[in-house]
Design a protein around this ligand. Structure first.
Ligand code: PMP
Length: 455
């Protein structure tokens, strides 16, 4: 079944490619004025378009794009099937624009537990088409021409174009790696903000900071101390926080995910973004949400009602039932939010071992289902080309997909243009995969190692 889906995606991409070629031969429309809106200037390139196509065409094992290749939990797919085939035919129609009532109700109950405050399902929660649309609503609703928005690097790549489309200016501050001195493998916790550097980015022009914890691509889970520092600066400079917490349940080694909205002075200035795609392993359903104070969410509702307006009712109904179950089982061993991170931690450890075994130094992630590895030991396979326009990690990842059949994503794709050249020795893998997929990846890596030692 999975193979069939993979093949048809490949077919689709190849067909689209050839039909694009065909249309370029046809007569061009005669228009003298520019057709592209100015706000799109410089944001037309997208890493995923290129790498999804490469992976679909060449890879045998795809650890590139972030989605699970294992099935979602039965209770969730059963809820979807019940909603689809059940008596309530109104589930096939529009539901409440800002969120299906059962879903916003249970989200309000759930987040009351997590944030320790009463929430009004109608004004403190809004459902979106995945976390992506939640982020889009945040930037469109809260960022104006001339506003600066602080983005912590490395970052989920859509933040920058979304800020720019809203007329804002992104201001980047990198997490700085601090390798352990004892020769141990690095952890995502070894990547830290420099407090003075972070403070220097806040000014009168700063409207918001984007926080992503657990962080894609590094897997860093920000500590209470780090969040406290960010919160203090937000309060001091009257800055909003857009907190992307889509991996909130995927945290390992007993670490705790702390919600910045729960810190002193932060509720009133924070929008927290979540995703059923990551929470229940259903990225294709595209159900996301925002939680926050009405004074911020009322403006997100304005964007939502003038763009997407409604999200798919049946998917919302099924996600609502998923959350109702999780609320009943909260903290119990049967809870999916307890089981999923346990399973993923094991997968993380397998991939860490495989990569370490071949000398591709993994940075152990504290959360998410991503893992960044250092490829600097592999320069003999793909030599550096000084002054090349293409960053080394892009060339390495493309070479690996085509020559080894193993797909990963270059880390510099998660950096701003100004800083990407400092981070070209890393690639990102996704380990939310079946055991068989991870074994197949390990076989490729082992064979590669043998070829290297025998050459
Ligand atoms: N934020 C982060 C950090 C992500 O990694 C992703 C998905 N890769 C999203 C948001 C978008 O989530 P969704 O699929 O729910 O739109």
């Amino acid at each position: 079944m999975l193979r069939r889906v993979g093949l048809s995606l490949r077919h689709f991409l190849l067909e689209r490619n050839s039909s694009a070629g065909h249309s370029s031969c046809s007569r061009e429309a005669k228009m003298s004025r520019p057709v592209q809106a100015r706000r799109l200037e410089g944001i037309d390139k997208n890493i995923w378009v290129e790498f999804v196509k490469l992976a679909a065409t060449y890879s045998k094992v795809n650890l590139g794009q972030g989605f699970p290749d294992f099935p979602p939990p039965d209770f969730l797919t059963e809820a979807f099937t019940r909603a689809l085939g059940g008596q309530n035919h109104m589930l096939h129609q529009y539901t409440r624009a800002f969120g299906h009532p059962p879903l916003v109700t249970v989200l309000a109950q759930f987040f009351k537990k997590l944030l320790g405050r009463d929430l009004d399902p109608m004004t403190n929660v809004m459902v979106t088409v995945g976390a992506y649309q939640a982020l889009f609503c945040c930037f469109q609703a809260l960022v104006d021409e001339g506003d600066e928005v602080i983005i912590i690097e490395p970052f989920f790549d859509c933040y920058e174009p979304m800020v720019r489309m809203a007329g804002g200016t992104p201001v980047f501050v990198p997490l700085r790696p601090n390798p352990p001195k004892d020769g141990k493998l690095m952890s995502s916790a070894d990547w830290q903000l420099d407090p003075a550097e972070l403070a220097s980015k806040f000014s009168e022009r700063t409207k918001a900071i984007v926080l992503n914890s657990p962080n894609n691509p590094l897997g860093k889970v920000f500590s209470r101390g780090e969040l406290g520092l960010i919160a203090e600066l937000c309060v001091k400079h009257d800055v909003l926080c857009i907190s992307d917490e889509v991996y909130e349940w995927l945290v390992y080694d007993g670490k705790q995910h702390i919600r910045i909205a729960s810190l002193q002075g932060m509720w009133d200035r924070t929008v927290t973004v979540g995703s059923a795609g990551k929470t229940f392993s259903v990225t294709g359903w595209k159900v996301g949400w925002v939680v926050g104070p009405d004074r911020l969410l009322q403006h997100l509702r304005t964007v939502h009602q003038n763009s997407v307006y409604h999200c798919a009712t049946i998917a919302q109904e099924a996600v609502a039932q998923g959350f109702q179950r999780e609320l009943r089982l909260y903290g119990k061993p049967e809870s999916y939010f307890v089981q999923l991170p346990k399973e993923l931690q094991q997968k993380r450890d397998w991939l860490v071992q495989s990569l370490d075994g071949v000398g591709m130094k993994p940075i152990i992630p504290e959360g998410t289902y991503f893992l960044v590895a250092d490829i600097s030991q592999f320069k003999s396979d793909v030599p550096d080309v000084p002054n090349s326009d293409e960053p080394y990690d892009y060339r390495f990842a493309k070479w690996m997909i085509k020559s080894k059949g193993l797909a990963a994503i270059p880390l510099s794709a998660f950096y701003s243009e100004a800083h990407k050249n400092n981070y070209t020795n890393f690639i990102r893998f996704c380990f939310a995969k079946e055991e068989a997929t991870l074994k197949a990846a390990n076989e490729i890596l082992q064979k590669w190692k043998q070829e290297k030692t025998s050459s």
